[in-house]
Structure formats: structure tokens, C-alpha cells
Write a protein that binds this ligand. Structure first.
Ligand SMILES: Cc1cc2nc3c(=O)[nH]c(=O)nc-3n(C[C@H](O)[C@H](O)[C@H](O)COP(=O)(O)O)c2cc1C
Length: 360
């Protein structure tokens, strides 16, 4: 009996603290406010990992600017009393046309890590794409999933292909994972200029930086990639050989992430097991001055609109407002991915933070 009542008290305390976190999150209105809140609570290491982008951050900035420059053409006298936000992504029903893009090392932001992001996605039936470099194993991340919740698994092809084959064998056993998201835009790592000198540089530019000490005791001082790469990401991958190899090791549908030209969108559409593409410049983290996804979407509409019929085309990068989502969908995207704001949401308030972020 004592044990039961202790457990009861414990769960009441846990509920109270969760409610407190949820209440604190309610004051946050825009996705930028999550960033401001998170940087008061996370380490500089976590902040710089998430904030960083390649070179002069031109692609990262343009990802956001491009949505500001597109204006809406609102039609009026349309019944909007009941709105159904559900859709399908590669034939799978999801509650929102918004998914969480794959992001490495979420436990840097909060101890609940990728499982925390998944719990929040579960509330809305939103898809979560698990990063190959997640700080928790895919088994741990999908363990608490809601019954209808779906996931993608993002794959970086490793130099020693047997490493990736072993990962695919694990993924093939997890029924909640409905697709492999093959990231193709990082054949070599992007060059980021953060670090001690970088902090100075961003301070000079009056960018908000964390107030936390460099290495606080929590969260995330001992965070590691759960499936570490031994041989390193492959820089020799090519279309035919990679797509054929992948088909041998999984029967899951493929989404190719990191398409940046209409020519490559056309190539992707020639593979039968490729069911979707994510137009993305990796949040500006790899090749600075690569185009924002919306530019690539416009190219596809102009030069190969048939690809919009053949594949589910998704976009990510710089989505920070509901109106950004609407613009992308109006231009033909099936769904949009959110990257950094999920990390800021987690840093700002754990699961409740990501939930609130998805609401805003
Ligand atoms: C901290 C961080 C880690 C990321 N890790 C990965 C990754 O492991 N795999 C991947 O395909 N993309 C990764 N990305 C890119 C995201 O999936 C996504 O394309 C990008 O963040 C979208 O831009 P946004 O942050 O402006 O929303 C990462 C991005 C960030 C910010």
C-alpha cells in the first residue's frame, strides 16, 4: 500500500510539474520566442550546435527572408469554421502538414531528447523524422509512440556500407517507421565558424547568446550520438549505385532529402521506390549560398511540373510562421519540415515546449 501511495504522490508531483511547464510555455507566442527562452536555459555548446550554419549564413538567412517576400492572395467568403489539417505523406495519414525534420543530438537541448520531440509530435499526429545522428536509439525513440504515430528514419550512407546495412536491419524491424529519408546534401561536412571566436563574432553582430556557463552540469553534458559512425559519412555516393543498394536492404519507401535543383528532382522521380523528396539546403548548414527550398519548388513548377504529380514534394528551412506553411502548401508542397524550432522548443520547456511550438 505504501508503495502504491508513494507512486501516486510521485505521479501527482510529476503531473503538477508538467502542468507548470505547460503553463510557462503558454506565454510563448512566436517561434523566435522559443529561441530566446531556450538560450537562457541551455549551454553555449547546445546553442552554437543548433544556431550554426555554413560560411556567412547567407542560405540560413535567405531561408527565412524568402517567405517574407511572398505575399498571400486571400480569397474571402469561404467557410473556414471547421478546418481539417490532416493530410497524407507518402500515403500515410498524418494529423498535420508539418513534420519535424531530422536533427542530431536533441539531448543537448533537454534530457528527454528525441523521445521528447516524438511525444510532442504524437499529440498532433505529426511525423517525426529520426536523425541517423540522434542522441537516443531509434528503438528508444519510438518506444512511447502513440498507436497511429508515424516516423521516418534519416540515413547518412557510411563509407563502409555494412555500417548502414546494420542500421537498416534495425529500422526494418520497427513498424512505426514508415520510410527511409536518405540525406544527400552533405557529401562533406559544412564549414561552421562558431566556437570561442564565433561567439565573439555573433556578440559583435548583437545576436542573442546564452547566459549559461560554457559547461553547465545539465542538460546534456554527456550527450553522444547513439549510433556512432566508425568509417565516416560517404563522400563517394552516386545516384544509381546508392538507390539500388538501398533497395536491396529495405523495402520501405524512400524520401530523398536535400534536393536543390529541378534537375535532381527529375532524376529522383525516375526511381520506383523513391516516393518523395524534401527540398532542403540542410538549414544552410552545408553549402552556403545554396538556394532556399521555395526557389527549388518554383523551378520544379516551371521546368518539370509533372514531378509534382509523381512524388510527394516537401520543403524545409526557415519555416517559422503558419503563413510560411500556407505559402509552401499553396505552391505545391505536400508538407513542411521544422528543424531548429524543435530544438529551441525542447530547450525552452521539454515536451511541453515542443508541443507549444507545434501549436504556434
Ligand atoms: C542542430 C541541427 C542538426 C541537424 N541534423 C541533421 C541530421 O542529422 N540529418 C539531416 O538530414 N539534417 C539535419 N539537419 C537539417 C534539418 O533536418 C533541416 O533540414 C533544417 O534544420 C531545416 O531548417 P530550419 O532549421 O531553418 O527549420 C540538422 C539541422 C540542425 C539545425
Amino acid at each position: 500500500m505504501t508503495g502504491i501511495s508513494n507512486a501516486g504522490e510521485h505521479s501527482t508531483r510529476a503531473n503538477k510539474s508538467q502542468n507548470k511547464e505547460a503553463l510557462a510555455m503558454e506565454s510563448l507566442k512566436s517561434l523566435d520566442e522559443f529561441e530566446s527562452r531556450a538560450i537562457k536555459q541551455i549551454s553555449k555548446k547546445a546553442w552554437s550546435f543548433n544556431y550554426a550554419a555554413a560560411g556567412d549564413l547567407i542560405s540560413k538567412s535567405l531561408d527565412r527572408e524568402v517567405y517574407r517576400s511572398i505575399l498571400l492572395r486571400p480569397r474571402v467568403l469561404v467557410n473556414v469554421k471547421e478546418c481539417d489539417m490532416s493530410t497524407t505523406i507518402i500515403g500515410q495519414r498524418v494529423g498535420l502538414p508539418i513534420f519535424v525534420s531530422p536533427m542530431a543530438m536533441a539531448r543537448l537541448a533537454h534530457p528527454t531528447g528525441e523521445a521528447g520531440i516524438s511525444a510532442a509530435c504524437g499529440v498532433f499526429g505529426a511525423m517525426h523524422i529520426i536523425s541517423n545522428n540522434a542522441s537516443m536509439t531509434p528503438e528508444e525513440i519510438v518506444a512511447g509512440a502513440a498507436p497511429e504515430q508515424i516516423f521516418g528514419f534519416q540515413l547518412y550512407v557510411q563509407t563502409d556500407r555494412t555500417e548502414s546495412e546494420a542500421v537498416l536491419m534495425r529500422i526494418n524491424k520497427l513498424s512505426a517507421i514508415k520510410c527511409i529519408v536518405l540525406t544527400v546534401d552533405e557529401p562533406v561536412q559544412g564549414k561552421h565558424e562558431l566556437g570561442p571566436r564565433g561567439f565573439e563574432r555573433y556578440d559583435d553582430a548583437q545576436t542573442e547568446v546564452p547566459t549559461q556557463p560554457e559547461e553547465p552540469s545539465q542538460p546534456g553534458t554527456d550527450v553522444k550520438v547513439a549510433i556512432p559512425s566508425v568509417s565516416g559519412p560517404a563522400s563517394d555516393a552516386e545516384w544509381d549505385i546508392t538507390l539500388q543498394w538501398l533497395a536491396k536492404h529495405t523495402s520501405l519507401p524512400i524520401i530523398v532529402k536535400g534536393i536543390q535543383t529541378y534537375e535532381d528532382a527529375e532524376v529522383a522521380a525516375t526511381y520506383a521506390h523513391v516516393k518523395g523528396i524534401i527540398l532542403s539546403n540542410h538549414g544552410g548548414r552545408v553549402l552556403d549560398t545554396a538556394p532556399p527550398a521555395i526557389h527549388t519548388l518554383l523551378e520544379i513548377r516551371k521546368y518539370c511540373p509533372d514531378v509534382l504529380e509523381k512524388l510527394d514534394i516537401m520543403v524545409d528551412g526557415g519555416i517559422r510562421r503558419g503563413t510560411d506553411v500556407v505559402k509552401a502548401l499553396c505552391l505545391g508542397a505536400r508538407a513542411v519540415g521544422i528543424g531548429r524550432p524543435a530544438f529551441w522548443g525542447l530547450g525552452a520547456g521539454g515536451i511541453a515546449g515542443v508541443e507549444r511550438m507545434l501549436q504556434r
